[in-house]
Every structure is written in C-alpha cells, then in structure tokens.
Ligand binder design. Structure first.
Ligand code: SF4
Ligand code: SF4
Ligand code: SF4
Length: 264
C-alpha cells in the first residue's frame, strides 16, 4: 500500500510523494523521488519519522522503507517525513533541532516525556554550544534511555531515537562538541534543518468508518484524548488534539486508521 511521505532536507526536489512502503529503498527515495542530493553533495544520513523516528546513515540507504523492517535499526513508526541530510550537516545540531521540535508536539500528559524531553533539550543545546561535561553527557544518554521505556506513547518513547542513532553512527561529531570544536558547525552557514516546516502538518490521521468496528482500543491507547466514539460505532480523531504519536495506528487490530494529506 502506498503511503504519502513528506520529503525534505538537502535534496533537489522536496515535497510530498506517494511511496509504496514495502518495496522502495531509501536510495530510490533520495536519488529518484527526491531528485538526488542538492549542490552535488553526498548523502550522510536520513531521518525517518520526525520527532519519534530515528536516523540511518548513508551506508544503510539500500534498506527498504518498511517500518517493520526498519524496527531492528531503531526506527519506529512515526510521522511520514523523511529528512535527507548532506555531508556538511552536523549530527549534534540535527539531534538538537529534532529534540527541540518534540517540545512543541507532546501533549504534556506524562511527566517522563514532558519534563524529561525538556531537560534533554537543555542538555543537548549545551552540547551544541560546547558547554556540556562528559558527566552531563552520560546523564543525557541515561535520561533518553529512561524516557524511551517510561513515556506513555510512541512520541515520548521515540524522542531519544534520533539522538541515540546520531551518537551511534557519528560518535566523532559528539566527541568534537564535547572537546569544544566542530568544523562542520563552524563552517555551515545555511539555515538549520527544521523538522517542523509547514508542509509537515499537511498529513493527519483519520479513522476509516467503513473498516472501524468500534472496539475502542485506539481511544484507550490515546493519551492525548484525541479519539472519541461510541463502542460498536466508528470512532473519530480530533486533529486539533492529535500529537501524531502513531500509537493508535499500532493499537488498532483492524488497520482502520490511515494517514491522509490535508487539502490546503
Ligand atoms: S502521552 Fe505521549 S506525547 Fe503526551 S507527554 Fe506522554 S509520551 Fe509525551
Ligand atoms: S490520535 Fe493516535 S496519533 Fe493522535 S495522539 Fe492519539 S494515539 Fe497519538
Ligand atoms: S481500534 Fe480501530 S477498530 Fe477499534 S475503534 Fe479504534 S479505529 Fe475503530
């Protein structure tokens, strides 16, 4: 089944694309659908899934864009956004931008996500600005681990993934920031990567009334209280309350919740 993705970042042709999730590789996404890397630069990494997603390095571009198959690589089902990053992007900066964006997305219901991501954001910015000690860096990573197992929904649980994968694939960039020097940050004067650009919000989740059996499982799993309905009748999602954590999609036993592109 094709899924609408928002392609963005350092590619020639950003925009919305229909991607048959099961078969398309990330390389095809970058090189064909995205028109290749902008300015002839090399691809360094792709971030998949927005604030609750994660990062893969360019060595993994031959993986298919299939969330089940990407799970072992730490990629959760998240927003349908793929951000392509070129060789000159610093992954500490990228991790910061994604963590900062998570702050605007959470619903605030659980302490772990609400307070934990706030603290992670502070620590990450301190690292970005060369002011984090080794000890506090360990604290940052421990905090991320803790949130990934204690947050109520996918948004909080996935908030550590981008940082975790960035540290795993690009440890030398984190080392540089701990040591007070990063050549990438010092030489990159471009507009930083923005995880929350406007087109990103064009995708929302809806319940297909023809498939929904009214079992209420989605509503019971939605910590943002965005899903309402009467048992045995179709449920519905309030887009104003939905934080796009994708927990309901995973919870629905009938595959009745879909992503749609808003007509704006
Ligand atoms: S319910 Fe989800 S989005 Fe809300 S604060 Fe908790 S983890 Fe974050
Ligand atoms: S409706 Fe679904 S995606 Fe939206 S907040 Fe609730 S569980 Fe998360
Ligand atoms: S979990 Fe699926 S079938 Fe059950 S009420 Fe929600 S959308 Fe409908």
């Amino acid at each position: 089944m094709a899924r609408i993705f928002m392609l963005k970042g350092d590619i020639n042709r950003p925009g919305h694309v229909d991607i048959p999730e099961e078969s398309t590789t990330l390389r095809e996404v970058v090189e064909q659908l995205g028109g290749g890397m902008a300015n002839g630069k090399r691809c360094k990494a792709v971030q998949i899934g927005g604030p609750s997603g994660g990062l893969l390095s360019a060595e993994q571009l031959d993986l298919p864009l299939h969330f089940q198959q990407l799970k072992p690589y730490g990629i959760r089902r998240g927003d349908s956004v793929i951000t392509v990053l070129d060789e000159d992007r610093c992954m500490v900066d990228v991790a910061c931008r994604f963590m900062q964006y998570t702050q605007t997305e959470f619903c605030g219901k659980c302490v772990s996500c609400r307070e934990g991501t706030k603290r992670m954001n502070e620590l990450l910015w301190a690292l970005r600005n060369y002011r984090l000690s080794e000890e506090d860096f360990s604290l940052l990573m421990d905090l991320g681990e803790m949130i990934s197992v204690t947050a109520f929904c996918n948004l909080g649980r996935g908030s550590f993934s981008t940082l975790q994968s960035a540290v795993k694939y690009f440890p030398e960039e984190f080392r540089g920031h701990l040591d007070g020097h990063c050549a990438l940050c010092e030489n990159d004067y471009r507009y930083p990567i923005q995880p929350g650009d406007l087109p990103y919000n064009r995708i929302c989740l809806v319940v297909d009334p023809a498939i929904c059996r009214g079992c209420s499982k989605c509503a019971r799993n939605c910590h943002a209280n965005a899903i309402t309905g009467v048992v045995r009748s179709p449920f519905s999602i309030d887009p104003e309350k939905c934080v796009k954590c994708y927990t309901c999609i995973e919870a629905c036993p009938f595959d009745a919740i879909k992503e749609v592109e808003l007509d704006v």
